[in-house]
Design a protein around this ligand. Structure first.
Ligand SMILES: [Zn+2]
Ligand SMILES: [Zn+2]
Length: 298
């Protein structure tokens, strides 16, 4: 349970970038965020304690000025002192999660997975905050994703595991139409070849482009990835020994390539995904909004 009651507020129109573009105000938000991490709940901190903890070399009146500027947006005042609002916590978490000055050197990891297009082996490369999964030989790109420092800085095999987990939660949210960063609904756009980015070898048939217009987070999914969490797909695969929730998408043939994807009609747009396992087939037909209009077993 989260200790986050939301007070009514009159002024939510203040520009957050302007508010935090100041060292002292950023330090106050950081101090209240650290206090919440220490306490496990959202603590209320008195003015004098907050000022002591923030340890800023400024007079009390100046500290108070900056604190007042944060009220109603990132910080709220109670009878006992000051505490973080939900908005402040989100900013604190975003800054902590995105602190790239702790990023380690570039690294490459063999994935022990055969390429679907040649005799090569897949590898994961982490560099400059970006993770790529591609074939060592033909360089076919299977995944590219910006990843936070906690993933990049994990040791050895742990980095791959963190990366797989990070991909999973991103893909799960986007596949379901939810923005994993801000919680807004994401848009759905079916991109057709040749209007598909990251498709240098032109092997893609379609990509599902999902953009969050609220915060700008976005993701390109293969049709197989977009339908990976359809209940019929999950159970069909699990009954035949494939756990699509835990398995990295580059190890799932119908998600890693578009060989199971067919364009059935243009008007109205109908696409099919055929999952073949253990001599059985499950076909899903979707429309342009990615709604499943048919599920066929063969
Ligand atoms: Zn290859
Ligand atoms: Zn968003």
């Amino acid at each position: 349970m989260e200790d986050e009651s939301r007070p009514s507020t009159d002024d939510t129109q203040t520009d957050p970038f302007e508010l935090l573009g100041n060292e002292q105000r950023a330090a106050i938000v950081e101090t209240l965020g650290d206090a919440r991490v220490e306490a496990g709940v959202r603590p209320t901190v008195s003015f004098s304690e907050l000022r002591a903890r923030a340890d800023l070399d400024i007079p009390s009146s100046q500290f108070n000025y900056h604190l007042q500027r944060l009220l109603g947006t990132f910080v709220e005042k109670t009878e006992d002192g000051y505490r973080m609002r939900v908005e402040g916590r989100l900013v604190y978490q975003a800054l902590r999660a995105g602190t790239f000055d702790r990023a380690g050197p570039a690294s490459t990891h063999d994935l022990d997975v055969d390429c679907y297009y040649c005799d090569g082996t897949l590898q994961a490369t982490f560099e400059d905050g970006v993770a790529r999964v591609e074939c060592r030989d033909c360089e076919h790109l299977y995944e590219i994703l910006g990843v936070p420092p906690a993933v990049l800085n994990a040791d050895g095999d742990d980095a791959v595991e963190r990366f797989v987990g990070h991909c999973r939660q991103k893909r799960f949210a986007f596949a379901n139409g939810d923005c994993p960063t801000c919680g807004a609904a994401v848009g759905t756009e079916i991109r057709r070849s040749p209007e598909i980015p990251f498709d240098d070898d032109e092997t893609a048939v379609v990509r599902v482009y999902r953009l969050c217009e609220n915060c700008g987070d976005q993701f390109y999914l293969s049709l197989g990835e977009a339908l990976l969490y359809d209940p019929a797909v999950v159970s069909f695969c699990l009954e035949r020994g494939l756990d699509v929730v835990r398995t990295p998408s580059w190890e799932i043939p119908f998600a890693a390539t578009d060989r199971s994807v067919a364009l059935l009609s243009e008007e109205p747009l109908r696409l099919s995904l055929t999952v073949s396992l253990a001599d059985d087939e499950l076909e899903l037909v979707v429309d342009g909004s990615l709604a499943v209009v048919e599920r066929n077993r063969r």
